[in-house]
Structure formats: structure tokens, C-alpha cells
Design a protein around this ligand. Structure first.
Ligand code: BGC
Length: 628
């Protein structure tokens, strides 16, 4: 399923095409026989709407049970069955793929599409019609509690990866929902934060990924954000839901509200928020609003039209194939998860080529840290996917090297001042050949509904003190960090010989990490966010987006501030050379495309993958460029 979008839909259903052929044959054989004309999609919707009572119309537009809308058995219209979320199905257990920011750190569009397709199969395997993902939010500040779900800090990278996920999901009979439209950037006060922004920024910068997913990905559903934009709730903003999304971008399908985000049913339905979830507001308010004339029947019917259009084009009314339960956590999806996990790891430091560890094979490893014996799957919230199994770093390394070679001590908790476990960790570090420290964040530190628990980007608790204490007894220390929002490590980075940023790489995390540490897979991930050296390097984090170049690499470049690691940075176990850069034509007019070629050669001894990055800026724009 990959329908093209159009502002003036003029689709015919498969049935109507077949009917047309049939009519053609009959008409050719029998002269002067009068026949009905083929029914277009819009005619079919009109006919259904005309048969509906007001009550039936309203029932198409609100939840019936936590994640469903009601069936209309009389007219053969199924309700929608939805489930979160962005990195797998949140309903019971399912394959837990890397989180959004981890998919972005692969920079691999084809992989993102394959993950989308696998997720779509699992949604269908669990009987769902609609995935409440992917999440297109940008990571404007690493302290945002939903950083794990974001596509990183850059609109273009976000757009490419999430559009590929949408295409993948919708290559199966599952509807993708792009969220949260728009400008959701922090969790504290998320339902009342009022973002001020120019229309240009809204369209070109924060809108880029949504527009791309709508126009190039064919996304069939959009979820509004909780926050306000320029004083209007996103669920109730006709500028957002009608002008930008529909009139400008041509989105023909339905908008689903974020859970409980509609305050005024009248404003929301008039603005173009079609389905109300997480509250009974539409159910409660729409009958009276229609009766009093405050909401016209035409407004109601328009919302139902969009819902029916989506349902019909998704196949729900006609030939909808059953999902296959065997797709859920299938061996193929586990393998894909491992591939994705490996590709999402970013090698940031490799002093004296301490990695890969293959030269140390046979020697002992001290495995330390609060995330060494647990597989960190995600921060907290509605995106969390419970896997059937997961592989911790300890399990991954023990499977690879043999349990006898891996000595484990936790050393400290994620965020505590308790140092009583330091001694045991130091002891194993001292007697080992290599130390691997695994730490970062977990759902207690970053979550939906809650920004970074400490309010600081720094790796929390005593983790940096422990890294320093371990390095003092064994300098061969490699640090692996798991988190969504990137962590500051300025007090310990000089003491690390190796550093891998892992984000949350999915249920195969430990195997992916062991493959990279031991050199069976050459890491090629690149940072999808800038890694600041300290809190003081971050811009002020507020809701004023006006004139916002405001964060990430654009901020660092403008301020002349050097971060710890740049956006797009990531090392490999091999080396690449770039040569023969050609730009054709060398001068172009507006609208003319330009082709850029470059030869990339692997000049090292190992096979490896490279992400070729090209950054453009304009010298003489009339308006100061925002999209870079
Ligand atoms: C989240 C959405 C999610 C919904 C349903 C909301 O709180 O913001 O992303 O899809 O809950 O779980």
C-alpha cells in the first residue's frame, strides 16, 4: 500500500475499475442497454455518508475503548484498531527495534524502510490497522524526555529516515501515523507549553519532515501535538491542520488527536482534527453541537469523509488481508533488529586503536556499569516496546567470549550518590586486561511526561566518578553509553580510550555491541545530534522558536562553540578517502537540479560502510536561511 497523495482526490477503487471493464464488455455486446456508471471513491464515500444517521457519523470520529473506534456493522465499515508505537508494537510483546534516534544514527534509509515494513507486519500480525508512529519530533535539546523517540536534531535527516519508516509500514496493510504535529520539544508542561514561531519556520524547518512524510511517504494519518502554537492548541489550530497540512501540502487523510489533547470539541472539529482519542469529548459534545448548529453537518461529514477515504484506500472495507501472527518477533525480524542495532552504534573515540578487541581475545574483560547486565530498551512512556527477549551487554559478551572471560560488577546505579560498589568494580578492573563500562540513562531518567530527571545533560549519579576510578587502575577502558538524549561526559572523556554511543539499539543490543567490540562488525553509525561538552554550551531552552536557528549544529556553528563531538561524526575501524568531487552543472538556476559525484575508497584493511554527507548553505539569500 503506497497511495499517492493529492489535494483533490479522484481515486477509483479496484472494484470500480473491474466494474468499468465489465461495463465495457457488456456495452460492446449489447447495443442500447442502459448501465450504471462506475462509482468513484468519492461517490462511494458520499453514498455511505448519505446512509448514515448523525449518531453513526459521530461514531466514526471518536474512540470506543482505549485504542479503537467503533465498527458500523450495518454499513460494513470496520472501526480502527490502533496501537503505539514508533519502534515496534506496544501491546503485549513484540520485536523491539532501535528507538527513533537510534534509527537516525544509522543514516540508512533502506534499513529504515525495512524496519518499517517489519513493524507493519507485526502490527498486522497483532490485528492492528494503525501504527501510532513514527515520531517525527526533532531533538531540540537533549534534556527533552522524549529524545529517544525523535529523529535527531536535523530536519533533513529526520525527514529521510522517518519517511522511509512510513513507506515501510505502509508497504504492509497498516496505516502509519506521523506525530506529533507540531513542535513538541519538551515534556515538562507538554499540554500547556505555548510555542511561538514564524510561519516560515513552521513550514520549512519544523514542518519539513511532516511535509516529506505526507508528500513523498504517503502517510495516511497525522497525530497532533499536545502543545500550543502561537496561542492555539495544535488539536484546535486550523492554520496547522487545514491551511498548512491540507491546503498547502495536500494531505487527504485523517488527523487523530493525541490522547486527551482536545479541549474544545467545537474548535477541534472545525480546525480539522477528525478523530478524538483519549477522551470522550467528541462523544459527549458533538451531538449537542450539531443539534444547536454550532457545528454544521457539513463539517461533521467532511471529517467522516476523510476517515472513510483512508479506510477505503487502506483496504479496510474491501479486501483487507489478515495479518500473520507468526510475523511477530519472527527470526527474520530478530535478524533485522541485530543488523539495525549494529548499524546504529556510533564509535566516537578509539585511542591507539584499542578497538576492536580481537587482539585481546583470550584475555579477561572487566564489565562494569549500571547498564552492563540489563538491556536498556528505551526511556519511559508510550513508545516503550516490551520484547519477548532481550540481550544485555553481559549476555552478548559472554556468548561471544565465554563466561569465564567476562568478570562483572555493577559498580554504581544509574543515578545515585552511593559509591559502596566502587571497590568491587575497581578490583575486577585492576586484574582484567580491558575494562568495558556500560552506562547512560533509563526510563527513570528520561521519559514521556518528564524531561531529564537531573535537569542536566551530564551522565547522572556517580557514573563519571566510577569511570575515572576504573581508569585510574586500568587505563584500557572503553565506555558504552545507552540513552536517547545524549549525555555530557566532559569530566571523564579524557580518561576513556574507547567510546561508543549506542542510544537504545533494540532487543539485540548486547549481541550488536559484542559484534562491534570484537570486530565482527565494523561500526558505521554517525551522530544524529551534536554532543555538547557541557550544559553551558546549550542554548536557552524555551518555547520561543521565532528566528530559531536555535539549537544543534546550527547553534554551535553560529556561536563559534566547539562541541565535544559534531553532528554527523562517527569513526570506523577502517579509513576512507574522498576524491574526484564533481558538481554538475557548476552553476545552476533556481529549480534546476545539480548532481554531485564523489569517489569514496576504503583505504584500510577491513570492509566498512561510510555515510557520505554533504552540507549546503547559501551565500546570498534574501531571507536568512533557516533550513541550512
Ligand atoms: C502520546 C502519544 C501516544 C498516545 C497513546 C500520548 O500520551 O503523546 O505519542 O501515541 O499517548 O498512547
Amino acid at each position: 500500500m503506497s497511495p499517492k497523495t493529492s489535494s483533490a482526490p479522484s481515486y477509483s477503487t479496484t472494484n470500480s475499475i473491474m466494474l468499468r471493464c465489465l461495463i465495457g464488455i457488456i456495452a460492446a455486446c449489447v447495443v442500447r442497454v442502459s448501465v450504471a456508471t462506475a462509482q468513484t471513491l468519492e461517490d462511494r464515500i458520499t453514498s455511505l455518508i448519505n446512509q448514515m444517521t448523525t449518531d453513526e457519523l459521530i461514531k466514526q470520529l471518536h474512540q470506543e475503548g482505549g485504542f479503537n473506534t467503533a465498527d458500523n456493522l450495518r454499513l460494513g465499515i470496520p472501526g480502527l484498531i490502533m496501537a503505539d508505537g514508533p519502534h515496534g508494537v506496544r501491546d503485549g510483546s513484540a520485536t523491539s527495534f532501535p528507538v527513533g534516534i537510534g534509527m537516525a544514527s544509522t543514516w540508512d534509509v533502506d534499513l529504515a524502510r525495512r524496519i518499517g515494513a517489519a513493524m507493519g507486519e507485526e502490527f498486522r500480525g497483532k490485528g492492528k490497522h494503525q501504527a501510532l508512529g513514527p515520531c517525527l519530533d526533532l531533538d531540540r535539546d537533549p534534556r527533552n524526555g522524549r529524545s529517544p523517540e525523535t529523529g535527531g536534531e536535523d530536519p533533513f535527516l529526520d525527514a529521510q529516515i522517518t519517511t522511509a519508516v512510513v513507506k515501510g509500514i505502509q508497504s504492509t496493510p497498516c496505516i502509519a501515523t506521523i506525530k506529533h504535529f507540531n513542535l513538541n520539544h519538551r515534556e515538562n508542561g507538554r499540554t500547556s507549553n505555548n510555542v511561538t514561531v514564524t510561519r516560515r519556520m513552521l513550514n520549512e524547518f519544523y514542518g519539513l519532515s511532516f511535509r516529506t512524510a505526507v508528500q513523498q511517504g504517503g502517510a495516511m494519518s497525522v497525530m497532533n501535538a499536545y502543545n500550543l502554537i502561537n496561542g492555539e492548541k495544535c488539536a484546535e489550530s486550523s492554520e496547522l491542520l487545514s491551511s498548512i497540512l491540507r491546503s498547502n501540502w495536500g494531505f487527504p487523510y485523517y488527523v487523530v488527536s493525541d490522547w486527551g489533547s482536545i479541549w474544545s470539541s467545537e474548535l477541534a472539529i472545525k480546525a480539522g482534527c477528525d478523530i478524538c482519542m483519549g477522551s470522550d469529548n467528541y462523544q459527549k459534545d458533538l451531538p449537542g453541537l450539531v443539534q444547536s448548529g454550532a457545528v454544521s453537518l457539513d463539517v461533521l461529514k467532511l471529517a467522516v469523509r476523510r476517515v472513510l477515504r483512508t479506510k477505503i484506500l487502506a483496504g479496510l472495507l474491501d479486501y483487507y488481508p489478515a495479518g500473520d501472527g507468526a510475523d511477530v518477533n519472527s527470526p527474520a525480524h530478530q535478524q533485522l533488529c541485530l543488523e539495525a542495532g549494529r548499524k546504529s552504534l556510533v564509535l566516537l573515540k578509539n585511542q591507539n586503536n584499542i578497538l576492536p578487541l580481537n587482539k585481546y581475545l583470550g584475555q579477561t574483560i572487566a564489565l562494569v556499569g549500571p547498564s552492563a547486565a540489563v538491556c536498556q530498551i528505551d526511556g519511559g512512556g508510550s513508545a516503550y516496546v516490551s520484547p519477548f527477549y532481550s540481550v544485555s551487554p553481559k549476555q552478548g559478551l559472554e556468548a561471544k567470549l565465554g563466561a569465564a572471560k567476562v568478570k562483572y560488577a555493577r559498580g554504581c546505579a544509574i543515578n545515585s550518590n552511593d559509591t559502596s560498589e566502587f571497590q568491587a568494580a575497581r578490583a575486577i578492573a585492576q586484574s582484567a586486561d580491558i575494562v568495558v563500562f556500560c552506562g547512560g540513562l533509563d526510563p527513570s531518567q528520561e521519559s514521556e511526561g518528564m524531561d531529564r530527571a537531573t535537569g542536566s545533560i551530564d551522565l547522572p549519579g556517580k557514573q563519571q566518578d566510577l569511570i575515572n576510578a576504573l581508569a585510574a587502575v586500568n587505563p584500557n577502558i572503553i565506555v558504552v553509553l545507552f540513552s536517547g538524549g545524549i549525555c555530557g561526559i566532559s569530566r571523564s572523556v579524557d580518561n576513556m580510550k574507547g567510546l561508543i554511543y549506542a542510544f537504545y539499539p533494540g532487543q539485540e543490543s548486547g549481541n550488536a555491541l559484542a559484534d562491534v567490540l570484537c570486530g565482527e562488525y565494523n561500526p558505521g553509525g554517525k551522530l544524529p545530534v551534536t554532543m555538547p561538552a557541557s550544559n553551558s554550551q546549550l542554548p536557552v531552552w524555551n518555547d520561543d522558536f521565532t528566528g530559531d536557528l536555535g539549537y544543534g549544529y546550527r547553534w554551535f556553528e553560529r556561536q563559534g562553540v566547539t562541541p565535544l563531538y559534531f553532528f554527523g561524526f562517527g569513526l570506523s575501524y577502517t579509513t576512507f578517502s574522498y576524491s574526484n568531487l564533481q558538481v554538475t552543472p557548476t552553476e545552476s538556476t533556481i529549480g534546476q537540479s545539480v548532481t554531485v559525484n564523489v569517489d569514496v575508497t576504503n583505504t584500510g584493511l577491513r570492509p566498512g560502510e561510510e555515510v557520505v554527507q554533504l552540507y549546503l548553505s547559501t551565500n546570498n539569500s534574501d531571507v536568512h536561511a533557516v533550513a541550512g
